[in-house]
Ligand binder design. Structure first.
Ligand code: C5P
Length: 214
């Protein structure tokens, strides 16, 4: 089978990873979570890292029961990467060109054939500008904060402030800022449940997959 790539970009809490995981579970996609790689970098090295220390890091992507996992020195660190504090630190280092090059190299090393879904901030604009299907998920900051606060059992007001700060930092940086990629389908998920969003996405995916050349 040839390679079929779907990108899902959007701000924190827009549902990218949840939708990507469902595509993996129900539609047989291989999921790559690019944000988790930025989180892994700061988890391992802190946010005052340099290029040499980064290039010496042993970071591998693996799949266990079909789920995307990140291994550091052979140890699965995926579950430790989910805190909002780490998201904020990840956003700080995501401004650095050598960090972006490192993550992009890991992501682009994926195999040559199969169905892939990759989620993040620049997947359709920078990593895979020729993706078969590009999706841009949005939702109001309040809705995203509500979802995230429920997920991490955090305080709504605090999470809302963090999300707004992270949006601003991710959209205003010079290299690969968060934006709607050219040719992307935008879905505003405010007020929609995850199954409703999934149905819209899966319809698009099946239509494009059915129409592909090979
Ligand atoms: O999606 P997640 O919240 O895990 O991403 C953490 C941070 O990593 C984001 O706020 C963003 O700064 C950065 N990131 C990025 N490009 C990506 C994925 C994530 O800059 N493709």
């Amino acid at each position: 089978m040839a390679k079929f790539v779907v990108t899902i970009d959007g701000p924190a809490g827009s549902g990218k990873s949840t939708i990507a995981k469902l595509l993996a579970k129900r539609e047989g996609f291989i999921h790559i979570n690019s944000g988790a790689l930025y989180r892994a970098v700061v988890y391992i090295l802190g946010d005052s890292l340099d290029k040499d220390s980064l290039n010496g890091v042993d970071l591998k992507i693996e799949y266990r029961d079909g789920n995307f996992r990140i291994l550091h020195n052979g140890i699965d660190i995926t579950e430790s990467l989910k805190t909002e504090a780490l998201g904020k630190k990840a956003s700080n280092v995501a401004k650095l060109g050598f960090v972006r090059d490192f993550v992009n190299m890991k992501v682009r090393a994926i195999p040559k054939s199969g169905k892939f879904v990759i989620d993040g901030r620049d997947c359709g604009s920078v990593i895979f500008p020729d993706a078969d299907l590009k999706i841009f998920l949005t939702a109001s900051p309040e809705e995203r904060a509500k979802r995230r606060a429920e997920e991490i059992k955090g305080d709504f007001e605090h999470v809302l402030e963090e999300i707004k700060n992270r949006d601003e930092q991710d959209m205003k940086r010079e290299i690969a800022p968060l934006k709607k990629p050219e040719g992307a389908y935008e879905i505003d998920t405010t007020g929609l449940g995850i199954e409703e969003v999934f149905r819209i996405v899966v319809d698009l995916v099946r239509r494009v997959y059915g129409n592909r050349d090979s």
